[in-house]
Design a binder for this molecule. Structure first.
Ligand code: ADP
Ligand code: MG
Length: 247
């Protein structure tokens, strides 16, 4: 099995043309291996979302190559990208992006219903298992409005996991959550990562990045820093400390 999940070679994204040209990303070389929990950081406007959209096959680069889980994806058309996304990626967003008036289990079943590969699966059983994995086995029939922000984000994480993607991409997953809930989400990411799931989290919050195994910093569309973290903080332990100090 290929150990490299993401490989970009001089990936570049330019918006607009002529005098309005914006170089959102310039010549980014990035390799992410299976089992990493990488944080992509950077100030507003540094290119984080642009990179996320390219890595997530939601957009195509102006130039450069991108190989995702062994498949060269730059230059593919919309339909092929959609198929690759469905097969290889799970997404978690800042705003959860759950369907309203739809139960947790139905939300988690959705990516399997969009799958056109024709394989037969017990989508409900898989969705239930994914929700149990994120600790929501007792909230299967709750609608998003009946769940806290942290619980909604866990439903979204279950939805990202249910197709067994090669990679989970999370864009500011804690951006709408308070400190305690943010650490809970990172504890869940660390737990899933220990089970072998590869995760890339985009965040501008240093407090969130301390839980990553690697920190990649963007500045003006280029990687200005890329370092492994020797001893990442353990989110579960930080939660215990927080709970003790507030008890
Ligand atoms: N669709 C777009 N059209 C034109 N410029 C864009 C577009 N999206 C982003 N940009 C520009 O590209 C740069 C990087 O933006 P972005 O990737 O959103 O950064 P970040 O997510 O780090 O805040 C910024 O200068 C932004 O204004
Ligand atoms: Mg952004």
């Amino acid at each position: 099995m290929n150990d490299i999940v993401i490989q970009t070679d001089k990936i570049t994204k330019t918006y607009g043309s002529g005098t309005t040209e914006v170089h959102a990303l310039s010549n980014v070389d990035l390799t992410i291996r299976r089992g990493e929990l990488a944080a992509i950081m950077g100030a507003s406007g540094s290119g984080k979302s642009t990179l996320m959209n390219l890595l997530g096959c939601l957009d195509t680069p102006t130039s450069g190559s991108y190989t995702l889980d062994g498949v060269r994806v730059d230059g593919l058309g919309k339909n092929e990208l959609a198929r690759i996304r469905n097969e290889k990626l799970g997404f978690v967003f800042q705003g959860f992006n759950l369907l309203a008036r739809t139960s947790a289990v139905e939300n988690v079943e959705l990516p399997m219903l969009y799958d056109r590969s024709g394989r037969k699966r017990d989508t409900r059983a898989l969705a239930v298992a994914a929700l149990e994995r994120v600790g929501l086995g007792s909230r299967l029939d709750h609608q998003p409005s009946e769940l806290s922000g942290g619980q909604q984000q866990r439903v979204a994480i279950a939805r990202a996991l249910v197709t067994e993607p090669a990679l989970v991409l999370a864009d500011e997953p804690t951006g709408n959550l308070d400190t305690h809930t943010s650490i809970e989400v990172m504890a869940l990411f660390q737990q899933l990562n220990e089970q072998g799931i590869t995760i890339v989290v985009v965040t501008h919050e240093p407090d969130v990045a301390v839980y990553a195994t690697r920190i990649i910093q963007l500045r003006d569309g280029q990687i200005c820093r890329d370092e492994p973290v020797k001893n990442p903080q353990t989110a579960a332990r930080d939660l215990e400390k927080l709970d003790r100090s507030s008890a």
